[in-house]
Design a protein around this ligand. Structure first.
Ligand code: C5P
Length: 220
């Protein structure tokens, strides 16, 4: 690739979706495939970056030349990204992280004979890893968040993105629409990127690899 414009940079990327165990055989999860995060890793490697990929339950193979750290839960992702981010130039949080985890993980499989016709699960809030990294920010390190939303209305989607940007405090927020078929498992993506002020700095649609290139162009 002629554009070695990320040569010498350390880029940390989270990809996939966390799974929060309920018991030894079950989890609460989400439909993230990890394709967008893996595309970002491939594109960054091609542009000369040293890439740490924090991989949460990927449905696609991780690039061979990335430093891959496998994680399962949000708390494991938190520990891995906090460790890797200490020396990173760029952190891209593309993973879908569970906002809540079961308050207690059962040692044995939950039995319907014990729980009857309805079962109430108590959940505990997970830390917001992105907001935590932004709050502890290191000058010179760029932080990119993602926001997967199901809001169909473009104006309301933008308003949601601006509120989220204010809450998270990252440098760029990549908004994308997700649903039963769009976004997560798809090979294509459609994104709107906001800067710190909530202004639109990029709109792109196409393959996840082409969208990744546009995000990296902004970072460069
Ligand atoms: O608040 P929401 O989950 O929509 O925010 C999405 C962004 O925040 C993503 O970049 C995701 O990786 C990150 N996130 C996080 N910690 C959480 C939840 C989301 O870092 N507990």
């Amino acid at each position: 690739d002629p554009r070695r414009d990320l040569a010498g940079k350390h880029v940390v990327i989270t990809a996939g979706g966390t799974r929060e165990p309920l018991d030894p055989v079950r989890f609460l999860g989400n439909r993230s495939s990890g394709k967008q995060g893996v595309a970002l890793a491939q594109a960054a490697l091609a542009r000369g970056a040293w890439v740490t990929l924090i991989a949460a339950n990927l449905e696609v193979p991780a690039p061979a030349s990335a430093d891959v750290r496998r994680v399962g839960t949000a708390l494991e992702l938190d520990a891995a990204v906090t460790d890797a981010a200490a020396h990173a130039d760029v952190v891209i949080m593309a993973a879908a992280v569970a906002d809540y985890r079961p308050a207690a993980v059962r040692a044995d499989k939950i039995k319907k004979d014990d729980t009857g016709d309805s079962l109430l699960l108590e959940l505990t809030r997970n830390p917001d890893i992105l907001a935590g990294l932004a709050a502890a920010g290191r000058p010179g390190r760029l932080l990119i968040g993602f926001a997967a939303e199901t809001e169909p209305d473009a104006d309301r989607l933008l308003a949601l993105g601006r509120t989220k940007m204010a809450r998270k405090g990252c440098d760029f927020l990549v908004l994308n629409r997700v649903g039963w078929t769009e976004g997560f498992a798809s090979d294509r993506n459609e994104i709107t990127v906001l800067d710190r002020r909530g202004d639109i700095v990029c709109e792109a649609s196409g393959s996840k690899l082409s969208v990744a290139e546009r995000i990296l162009d902004l970072i460069v």
